[in-house]
Design a protein. Structure first.
Length: 379
């Protein structure tokens, strides 16, 4: 870096860390207050609530980083303008394009940190936080319908394509499943069997060990096709009880663990695998495609925030106090987060392309930044 870039970077990074820690501390406090209502239920104690909110903090940090970078950059730019330092840089030959490139260079490490937190730290920390909370409360995960979670699974069994609709009543924190109902259909979508299992445990690489299983098998009667008697049964059933069953399945605890973490907070790899599973079973992937594109594009919002902060360096202290400019930065950051959430819902409702929905808020603010830079450059 050049000398002035190092000076910029030091000021921005210090301000960024201060703003980020301040916002994260504020959110941790509010999260802890909301968790106090559950303290005392089952084995859930204050230390569990504190561990839960601290483990959830990386996700809060991931969400706040673009806003924190905007506020920090605006504060530094406004301070440089107030002390006439930026004016000296401009007189020395610093053009708007050079200043913008310098800010983007400074923002690049923040983009990498954002990506690392969103991909590796936050999803694992949140999953561990949910596990601690559920174990302390003595609860399990049950989402979707009141009966639990419904999952479609398609496998090849002895050369025949078998389709299963699996109802998982509860998903325990240790990744075991309970109260499982499995409806199995043949390649012509005729019901072959119904299995009820008390407990299921994953046996790598692609088997589930079901215990205490009650299985009902359906088959055509011998004279079903020959008889013209409408009252004669065409299908016969046989019910058996089995202690343990090894069931081959493409479902894994990693796929089921999406119930522990919302799609917006999942890692890119987990989202990609789950989207592949949904496509293979011909299920809707819109929500997860949008979450995937948001995870891919969200870190680059830092560049947009840096560009949006630069025009504040051209406003001299006479045009407004530093505090007012920082307040404007906070409002801009909040509006970006609100628009990001708004367009997520609009995109799903209107079936917009996932990449377009994820990129639209950043594109709008990029246009605003470019327009502001062109205005201050002319004036």
């Amino acid at each position: 870096m050049r000398i002035y870039e190092k000076y910029f970077a030091r000021q921005i990074y210090l301000a960024f860390l201060f703003v980020l820690l301040a916002f994260v501390g504020l959110f941790v406090f509010f999260d802890l207050v909301s968790e106090l209502g559950d303290v005392g239920r089952g084995g859930y104690r204050f230390q569990h609530a504190l561990a839960y909110v601290l483990l959830f903090a990386p996700q809060r940090m991931y969400e706040i980083i673009p806003v924190a970078s905007l506020i920090a950059a605006i504060y530094v730019c406004a301070q440089l303008a107030g002390n006439s330092e930026f004016t000296i840089f401009r007189v020395s030959g610093l053009s708007t394009g050079q200043a913008l490139r310098s800010l983007l260079k400074i923002g690049f490490p923040i983009v990498l940190v954002t990506f690392a937190i969103g991909e590796y730290v936050a999803p694992n920390a949140e999953q561990l936080a949910q596990k601690i909370r559920l174990e302390a409360l003595g609860s399990s995960v049950s989402a979707g319908f009141r009966s639990g979670v419904w999952v479609k699974d398609t496998v090849d069994q002895n050369g025949v394509r078998v389709t299963r609709f699996i109802n998982v009543g509860t998903l325990n924190p240790d990744n075991t499943i309970a109260n499982v109902r499995i409806y199995e259909f043949d390649d012509k979508l005729r019901l072959d069997s119904v299995r009820l299992a008390k407990l299921g445990q994953f046996d790598a690489p692609n088997f589930w060990k079901l215990t205490d299983v009650s299985e009902t098998v359906f088959s055509a009667t011998d004279d079903a096709t020959a008889s013209n008697d409408p009252l004669r049964a065409l299908v016969q059933s046989k019910q058996v009880h089995i202690d343990t069953v090894q069931m081959r399945s493409e479902l894994t605890p990693q796929i089921l663990s999406v119930l522990m973490v919302s799609p917006d907070n999942m890692a890119i790899g987990s989202l990609y695998r789950y989207i592949g599973h949904l496509k293979e079973n011909q299920q809707n992937t819109d929500r997860y495609n949008l979450a995937l594109w948001q995870k891919l594009l969200y870190p680059f919002a830092v560049f947009v925030m840096m560009a949006l902060a630069l025009p504040f360096a051209y406003l001299h202290a006479r045009a407004g106090a530093i505090g007012l400019k920082v307040f404007g930065g906070i409002m801009l950051g909040m509006s970006f987060q609100l628009l990001n959430n708004l367009f997520s819902h609009l995109g799903l409702l209107n079936t917009w392309p996932a990449w377009f929905t994820a990129a639209l808020p950043s594109l709008l603010y990029l246009v605003l930044a470019v327009a502001a830079l062109r205005w201050v450059d002319k004036h």
